[in-house]
Design a protein around this ligand. Structure first.
Ligand code: 2HG
Ligand code: ZN
Length: 456
């Protein structure tokens, strides 16, 4: 549908003409997502500076029947944050205020456009920390992280984004503002809108700010990198440490295929003199040095073929690099198909053993690389060597996930990438409930249409 002629001048009247971006070179950065697999085009990117401006933009779009794609740091991996059918891109990055920091209670209000790393720096200066951490911390914004219920590397200890959420401010599709930023740990009055919006991927409202709970800073870190034979041995070690140490913060897994790629692309030396099939990275964090306790538990664990331990920032970062640099190393190799699945822990070894065979059977040219959050049962299955529209391997992986009782998305969301497979793990009744919520909150279907559930 052609855009109404009045749209751009009226947007400019709300946000100022410098913040309605129409230059193709400038728009390009908002039109393609981080994976480079998902892209489209937009007539304009609009950059409001306040919640009131967001409300006015959304109200105008509703009046004119113009669809919107809300966007934060554009670090999404499922195609849900870029335009697909000439939608307007609503960039929230200028909502970058951190306010009402209650340093006694450990709560803070954070604008949707604040980068995770900025939040971390602000709260660490007061001996607090934020429970969620992820590799894209310098670009990922809090609004996008709430909207996708981002997970990351510390879910095992602190939960994902929805577990940090005490309140929310959001603009409804009517242009009305819902403001629940209470500073209350308990508030049981009616439907929990903040939790409904967490993970709604921009389809129910535009999140403009969040009230977040903080966790105490645990300054003493101990990181162990372990070589093991397989996923079963890795999970056995995770379980031993979980039972013994409440300070366990991360339990990450990767395999030889990924390690070799990371070493080659990032120029890192191999961690051990001999290669092993599977690697487990564990991090404990506390007020006191946890390394002796961690070493003690690991000494009693079976099946550990080699190990390296670090305390202190440089040493820990050096070990983390083998895990954290997977995403960029894979992207440097080509444009992967990215799957992000979760299994009951007991079924994870079987999944890992079968998934490469299932992928090869679907397309022998496929090159899978697996890594992820072992403690959460969450594996990232990246597949290189595929044509963009060859979805047979994706289908094979997601069907195996469903067969083993897992979920087709652990933490990246559905976006447009996983939508065709939602029926594998969400029943007809479940999808009907989702559609009912969508049409109640966004009756004209202007908010991120075609994401999570089909539009119309
Ligand atoms: C991670 O755990 C992110 O590093 C990205 O969730 C995963 O690149 C991926 O597939
Ligand atoms: Zn992840």
């Amino acid at each position: 549908m052609p855009l109404p002629d009045t749209l751009l001048p009226r947007l400019a009247a709300i946000v100022g003409e410098h913040h309605v971006l129409t230059d193709p070179d400038v728009r390009a950065g908002y039109e393609t997502d981080w994976t480079r697999r998902y892209h489209g085009s937009t007539p304009a990117v609009v950059r409001p500076a306040s919640t009131q401006e967001v409300a006015a933009v959304v109200g105008l779009c509703r009046e004119l029947g113009v669809a919107i794609v809300p966007q934060g740091g554009n670090t999404g991996l499922v195609g849900g944050g870029v335009p697909r059918n000439r939608e307007l891109v609503l960039s929230l990055r200028r909502l970058d205020r951190v306010s009402d920091f209650d340093t006694g209670a450990g709560e803070v209000t954070v604008g949707a456009g604040v980068a995770l790393a900025t939040l971390q720096k602000t709260v660490r200066a007061q001996s607090w920390n934020f429970g969620v951490d992820l590799a894209s911390r310098d670009s990922a914004t809090i609004g996008g992280m709430v909207a996708t219920n981002a997970g990351g590397i510390r879910v095992l200890r602190y939960g994902g984004m929805r577990h940090q959420l005490l309140g929310i401010e959001a603009v409804l599709s009517s242009g009305a503002i819902v403001r629940r930023l209470p500073g209350l740990l308990k508030d049981n009055s009616g439907y929990d809108l903040p939790q409904l919006l967490a993970g709604s991927e921009g389809t129910l409202a535009v999140i403009t700010a969040a009230r977040l709970k903080l966790v105490p800073q645990q300054p003493q870190r101990a990181v162990a990198l372990l070589a093991v034979d397989d996923m079963t041995a890795a999970l056995r070690a995770v379980s031993a440490v979980r039972r013994a140490l409440s300070s366990l913060e991360a339990a990450e897994v990767f395999f030889l295929e990924g390690l070799e790629l990371v070493c080659r692309r990032a120029g890192l030396p191999p961690p051990f003199s001999v290669s092993h099939p599977c690697y487990l990275l564990l991090e404990c964090a506390g007020q006191a040095d946890e390394s002796a306790s961690l070493a003690n538990v690991l000494a009693g664990a079976q099946g550990i073929r080699d190990s390296a331990m670090a305390t202190g920032r440089p040493g820990c970062d050096r070990l983390w690099a083998y895990r954290e640099r997977h995403t960029e190393a894979i992207s440097a190799e080509g444009i992967p198909h990215k799957l992000d699945v979760t299994l009951p822990l007991a079924r994870l070894p079987e999944f890992e053993q079968r998934v490469r065979g299932a992928i090869a059977a679907a397309d022998p040219a496929a090159r899978p690389i697996l890594f992820g959050h072992a403690g959460d049962g969450n594996l990232h299955v990246n597949i290189l060597g595929l044509a963009p529209d060859d979805e047979r391997p994706d289908d094979a992986v997601l069907r195996l996930v469903a067969e083993l009782g897992g979920s087709i998305s652990a933490e990246h969301g559905i976006g447009i990438a996983k939508m065709p497979w939602l029926h594998l793990t969400r029943s007809a009744a479940d999808r009907e409930a989702m559609r009912a919520i969508k049409s109640a909150l966004d009756p004209s279907g202007i908010l991120n249409p075609g994401v999570v559930i089909p539009s119309g």
